[in-house]
Write a protein that binds this ligand. Structure first.
Ligand code: CDV
Length: 311
């Protein structure tokens, strides 16, 4: 496939708690068709794109909790999305809550898949950096219980051959961690697909929360530039069940520049032509890792988890 093609970020407005998966999938298909009509070959949907952002609530009933997870992909509700993609010859990234059975035990991940233009799954990623807390915090208007409902991803940060290059995936909070980009940068990633749900008031500190939109773009632009990769960052946004979430979905070039950005807090498709060779030019010059990196000086990055004493 050509290394130049049109990519789309298919941003979603809020998903109500009661909105069924079939309705969400219909919204995704409508955006897939719009992206295709603009020539897109790859469409990036948000994190947890099939349901409302359920980690905002403490859910104690196991059956109620289980209902937010997919046990198969594609399943009956999501099959029409795969069929539409194959029919149109458009690939996609989709985030969802994954439940699997392993050795008789249920396991839960915050997951994304990359689907090729033939409708077949090319790769899977499970969110590594889970934000929030594992127990309800009194006094919060909205909980953020990702650490309770999911376990950290166990697939690392793989990249997959497809769309004329190497495609990686991230999910939401991963975008704030330089290590996530670099592990993919070291595999020559050309484009990172990334979905997010970012509540504006996530720390409770006005000075930090007031910069939520700035930090959203800052993280992705820095990650793109320092790793010579395109990034397609796609939000689920707007006021969802009372919780305000950031939009500003963006397509970012390896220069770090934002090439396209969403203007609403609703379902909205943005597109841009990407040239994967633009990343190659950065990889061969300022970010020629083999020439300029000094891994012997980076030991703390893998050997120490939190900040500690000077060495
Ligand atoms: N879904 C997320 O991972 N949200 C986090 C918030 C809680 C900070 C984010 O990094 O956007």
């Amino acid at each position: 496939m050509d290394r130049q093609f049109i990519v789309a970020a298919a941003q979603m407005g809020p998903i109500a708690k009661e909105e069924p998966r079939r309705s969400c999938v219909a919204r995704l298909i409508a955006m897939l068709r719009e992206a295709h009509s603009r020539g897109a070959k790859l469409v990036v949907f948000p994190e947890l794109a099939l349901t409302t952002f359920f980690p905002r609530w403490m859910i104690e009933d196991p059956e109620e909790l289980a209902a937010w997870f997919e046990t198969e992909i594609p399943g009956p509700a999501t099959q029409p999305l795969f069929a539409a993609a194959a029919d149109l010859g458009v690939g996609f990234y989709l985030g969802y809550a994954e439940r699997i059975e392993e050795d008789g035990q249920a396991r839960h991940f915050n997951t994304s898949i990359l689907v090729g233009p033939d409708g077949k799954i090319l790769g899977k990623y499970r969110k590594v950096h889970l934000p929030g807390h594992d127990a309800a915090q009194p006094g919060r208007a909205f909980q953020h219980l990702e650490k309770r409902y999911f376990e950290p991803g166990n697939l690392g940060f793989p990249v997959f051959e497809g769309f004329g290059g190497r495609i990686g995936m991230m999910i939401c909070n991963d975008r704030r961690w330089p290590e996530a980009y670099r592990v993919m940068g070291l595999q020559g990633v050309d484009l990172i697909a990334l979905g997010y749900n970012t509540p504006i008031e996530h720390t409770g500190h006005g000075d930090i929360d007031g910069l939520t939109q700035f930090h959203n773009h800052l993280s992705m632009q820095a990650g793109a530039y320092q790793n010579a990769t395109w990034i397609v960052g796609t939000a689920k946004c707007g006021r969802e069940e009372g919780s305000m979430m950031v939009g500003q979905s963006a397509i970012i070039a390896p220069s770090g520049e934002i090439i396209a950005m969403a203007a609403t807090l609703e379902d909205e498709v943005i597109t841009a032509r990407v040239d994967l060779d633009m990343g190659t030019r950065y990889r061969e010059t300022i970010f020629d890792f083999a020439r300029h990196r000094e891994p012997g000086s980076y030991n703390l990055i893998v050997n120490r988890k939190g900040a500690g004493d000077p060495i």
